[in-house]
Design a protein around this ligand. Structure first.
Ligand code: SF4
Length: 370
């Protein structure tokens, strides 16, 4: 089998690992295996080469295309093969970075070693100095994580579930506390210690809808992780049934659900809300229709807030005001108080959303009845 044929299989197998930046779990239009277009924070498209080193895996994750019980073509690229294949794309300007993941072939540490060797070759043999995201496998040793973090701009470990029992529903071979949370805490403690990539970041991913965990359980876990670590962000992968897996007949998770989880997760991570401030239904689900920030605002008793005096934590709770615009409001009002809502528009505030919740110089901006 040629390297290109192997890459076609391995990059298809990697499609369930979400790319950086936002959830764009789709191949690009470029007709070559492994090129995925991630969308940057400013909306630009960033092509990454996303692949597994191997689709061999000894684990039995019930949702996964690579689970040990499935019968399909298993193969592996050598670190040298993978490094050269990636550089073939990179040197022709087709991708801007590498997202490297792997099934667990043999033991965990030999899998990590092969990933590290690939990245080591790129950095030290071929002089590649651009973006690399390396996926840490569950159960990896602290030493291997440390060496991976010395070579990658970003690492991640998928927590997959919100609770030990939730993960046990999905896999009999992974221990939630030991193989995953412990490793996440190691990653966190090693962050910023790399002399080569001191600004490296770490992320995680959950699969949503493959087990019975509620939105509230998922967000409670994320709140705990954000409070105890510098986790950059979380990716929510909507479960899709795969033929010949244990969950092949289970209903798919709607992307409407993951979209609301992204909204609520941003409130925890970027706005530092507590889960207690979010609104869930009687089944601990988020509303699929309404925005979590608006629902949360409706049950708060801080509104309307005065734009010229409200503290930062209250300003960022106003629907339509983001973290950046709240900072700008605070900086500007020190010099000149705001007098009309049009001034807020210029800062990017979504005034139509914000006006029921604010006063400017003592004046309500709407007839909204508090
Ligand atoms: S560890 Fe689990 S999720 Fe990862 S490749 Fe193996 S079976 Fe799939």
């Amino acid at each position: 089998m040629t390297t290109l044929e192997k890459m076609k299989i391995l990059t298809d197998s990697a499609q369930y690992d979400l790319c950086d930046y936002v959830n764009h779990n789709k191949s690009s239009q470029i007709n070559l295996p492994g090129i995925y277009e991630a969308i940057g924070h400013d909306g630009c498209k960033i092509p990454l080469f996303k692949t597994l080193l191997t689709n061999k895996c000894k684990n039995d994750c019930k949702y996964c295309i690579n689970q040990s019980k499935r019968n399909f073509t298993r193969l592996e690229l050598s670190p040298e093969e993978l490094a050269k294949a990636f550089l073939g794309y990179y040197n022709r300007g087709m991708v801007n970075g590498l997202f490297l993941s792997s099934g667990i072939s043999g033991d965990v540490d030999s899998t990590m070693e092969k990933q590290i060797e690939t990245v080591h070759l790129l950095r030290n043999k071929y002089g590649y100095d651009d973006y690399i995201h390396l996926k840490v496998v569950p159960g990896a040793s602290k030493d291997s994580i440390k060496r991976a973090m010395a070579l990658a701009n970003r690492v991640s470990i998928n927590i997959e579930a919100a609770t030990p029992s939730g993960l046990a529903e999905l896999s009999s071979t992974k221990d939630y506390n030991k193989d995953i949370l412990k490793r996440l805490s190691w990653i966190n403690s090693l962050q910023h210690k790399s002399t080569t990539y001191p600004n490296s970041t770490h992320t995680t991913q959950l699969i949503v809808g493959a087990n019975n965990e509620s939105d509230k359980e998922i967000l409670t876990r994320m709140e705990k992780i954000y409070k105890n670590s510098d986790l950059k962000r979380t990716y929510f992968s909507a479960f899709t049934p795969i033929e010949e897996t244990d969950l092949g007949n289970k209903q798919a998770c709607s992307t409407d659900r993951t979209a609301k989880l992204y909204n609520a997760d941003s409130l925890l991570n970027d706005y530092h809300y507590n889960v207690k401030e979010l609104v869930f239904d009687e089944n601990d689900k988020l509303s699929l229709e309404q925005d979590p920030k608006i629902l949360s605002a409706e049950k708060m008793d801080i509104f309307p807030v005065e734009i010229n005096t409200a503290p930062f934590v209250e300003l960022i709770r106003v629907p339509g005001i983001g973290v950046k615009s709240a900072r700008q409001i605070i900086s500007i009002r020190k010099k000149m108080p705001f007098s009309k809502k049009e001034e807020l528009k210029k800062l990017g505030v979504v005034v139509d959303r914000a006006e029921p919740y604010i006063k400017i110089s003592g004046e309500y901006q709407t007839t909204f009845d508090f």
